[in-house]
Ligand binder design. Sequence first.
Ligand code: ATP
Ligand code: MG
Length: 239
Amino acid sequence: MSIEVEDLWKIYKNRVEALRGISFSVNSGEVFSLLGPNGAGKTTTVKILSCVLKPTKGKVSVLGFNIPEMCNEVRKIVGIVPQEFQGFSDLTVEDNIKYFSSLYDKKSDIDELIDILDLKKYVKTKFKQLSGGYKRRVAIACALAGDPKIVYLDEPTVGLDPKSRRNLWDIVRDLKRSGITVLLTTHYLDEAEILSDKVAVIYDGRIVRIGTPKELMSEFNKSNLEEAYLALMESLGEQ
Ligand SMILES: Nc1ncnc2c1ncn2[C@@H]1O[C@H](COP(=O)(O)OP(=O)(O)OP(=O)(O)O)[C@@H](O)[C@H]1O
Ligand SMILES: [Mg+2]
């Protein structure tokens, strides 16, 4: 088992109950997607799993390392593409990737990352001068710089043009092929359907469905995940 979460709660200081007892597990090498409306608790979950935020209550472990107690170990084996990645604006693309690489003992090949993400043209360009889509690509390269065993991708395809979005799908498939576990959040149900072994739908801090895309589609008798998701939201009273 790669990720185990049991009765996880997150109550922010302003008393917002962002997570109200979620439980799920992710097998090694699986692509697992967290779906759900804005504010449901997806990013909060990703932040806890990557040791950016402490859980309020519950059991969380990543490759057997408990969070928050063993976060030093967890940080060595996970790569994160945060929803709002902030690169170093005055550093070049290459230096941003090198910086992230320097944080890890184990490293990926930087030239290979630049190649995979099609960043060659921009290696000497400052991060702040990049377009939004290229900033996303740098974020992904930085997440992979430490040769991680688990990768969290929080809405990685927002702002990517259609071809770049497909490229990212290929990257996710390659990660899976090389045995890396991928936890994805996305509002694009087509990509969730194509890429995910399993999906969990979070609604108002709780998991309301968990299963394969096919299981969700057959529950609602729909031929694609987006229709099934919309039917689920309707059943929950979401406008
Ligand atoms: N630092 C914070 N302090 C207080 N409340 C927060 C904080 N961060 C998030 N929240 C609240 O927690 C809830 C869950 O937010 P979260 O960012 O996890 O949602 P999300 O599912 O990622 O949404 P989106 O699809 O918009 O990215 C929301 O009600 C949000 O307003
Ligand atoms: Mg989010």
